[in-house]
Design a protein around this ligand. Structure first.
Ligand code: RAM
Length: 352
């Protein structure tokens, strides 16, 4: 299966980490660029005036660092200035609210945000929109009335199904499984977990989901929750972790434990964080999309809103650089593509 629309392909995935941009955990970072010659910068607004704030769930998360590379590259083409800010932890909506308020005071053109909570940051986002800031959620959405657009990495159904397909096939479609999630209020995680429950009920009657635990996208918490899951459920046959932080921590725990190769693990991971565990037999297969493309798409969408090329209405079309043309769908949502499966046969083709 190719990732997303065919034009994206593996070309866009390979070499993602080629950019030599350094992002230290806990730090914010910014860049300013002029439009590239012949680039797709718009003419309807002065490009130099466009400013964006990038607000991930948390800093120091490789997934969002990769998204930010896409944001910075697109901002360079568009002549926008972008600044990254964010809380240290992925379960801190209050921390996100303070950064949203700052962006509103600064009158930035656009705010790109992955929400730690679908409603707790809503009032702040509405104030931002009232002040003229275009609000684009990506990765993890808010309630629809709190943003201008949501850039969705893949459908919740598709993301849920790929993980359920992998784990059920690995455990012979029978037995106990558990989920290690990020934070309990993360919109994206909860949508995927709901869909996984539906998919299990509809197609896998002999597989029982016995527990869902939360590692808060913190490495140590996720590691400890993995250990606790295995203690509490001695018959556990598999774990799904739909978070890049969670699956990497769970794999690290399993790889050093008696459960390695016995308790199956899949979920959503980055190839660079999972490579060793695929090679040492801890993990056979996992899934993701291209986080850099997600950042690229969010940035072009934000620019199209700022420049008045689109309003976010269903059917609006815009171009996202090399990713091509996208159309706004229902509920002011733009879809990047489909999830992609990584295993020992293809993992070395990717570098992010
Ligand atoms: C983590 C975050 C993010 C999610 C990925 C798969 O990095 O929880 O929101 O989309 O995993």
């Amino acid at each position: 299966m190719m990732i997303g629309k065919s034009r994206m392909g593996l070309r866009a995935l390979a070499g993602v980490a080629a950019a030599s941009l350094l992002l230290a955990a806990g730090c914010s970072s910014s860049t300013t660029s002029s439009p590239a010659a012949g680039g797709s910068a718009a003419s309807s607004a002065p490009a130099e005036a466009m400013t964006m704030t990038f607000l991930p769930k948390n800093l120091g998360n490789a997934y969002f660092d990769t998204s930010y590379k896409g944001v910075q590259a697109a901002a360079g083409v568009l002549g926008a200035t972008v600044t990254q800010v964010g809380p240290a932890k992925g379960d801190d909506p209050a921390g996100q609210v303070s950064y949203i308020n700052t962006a509103t005071q600064q009158q930035v053109s656009a705010l790109l945000v992955s929400a730690n909570d679908k409603s707790a940051i809503c009032d702040a986002l509405k104030e931002a929109m009232t002040a003229g800031v275009k609000v684009v959620t990506f990765d993890s959405d808010t309630n629809p009335e709190c943003r201008d657009l949501f850039i969705n990495q893949a459908t919740a159904e598709g993301i849920a199904k790929v993980q359920v397909d992998i784990i059920t096939s690995e455990i012979g479609d029978s037995g106990e499984i558990a989920i290690l999630s990020a934070s309990a209020n993360a919109t994206n995680q909860n949508a995927w977990i709901d869909m996984m429950k539906k998919e299990l009920a509809a197609s896998h009657p002999n597989v029982k989901l016995v527990d869902t635990v939360y590692g808060n996208d913190d490495d140590q918490t996720s590691y400890d929750k993995t250990s606790a899951l295995l203690q509490s459920h001695p018959n556990l046959k598999g774990i799904i972790s739909p978070t890049t932080v969670g699956i990497a921590a769970a794999a690290r725990y399993l790889s050093k434990s008696e459960y390695k190769g016995k308790v199956m693990l899949t979920g959503l991971g980055t190839p660079n964080q999972m490579r060793d565990y695929v090679k040492d037999g801890t993990v056979t297969e996992f899934a993701l999309w291209n986080p850099q493309d997600l950042g690229t798409l969010a940035t072009y969408a934000a620019a199209a809103l700022v420049q008045g090329k689109i309003t976010g209405a269903e059917g609006d079309k815009f171009t996202a650089g090399d990713l091509g043309e996208f159309t706004v769908g229902a509920d002011k949502t733009v879809l990047l593509g489909e999830p992609y499966k990584f295993n020992k046969d293809n993992i070395d083709n990717f570098n992010f």
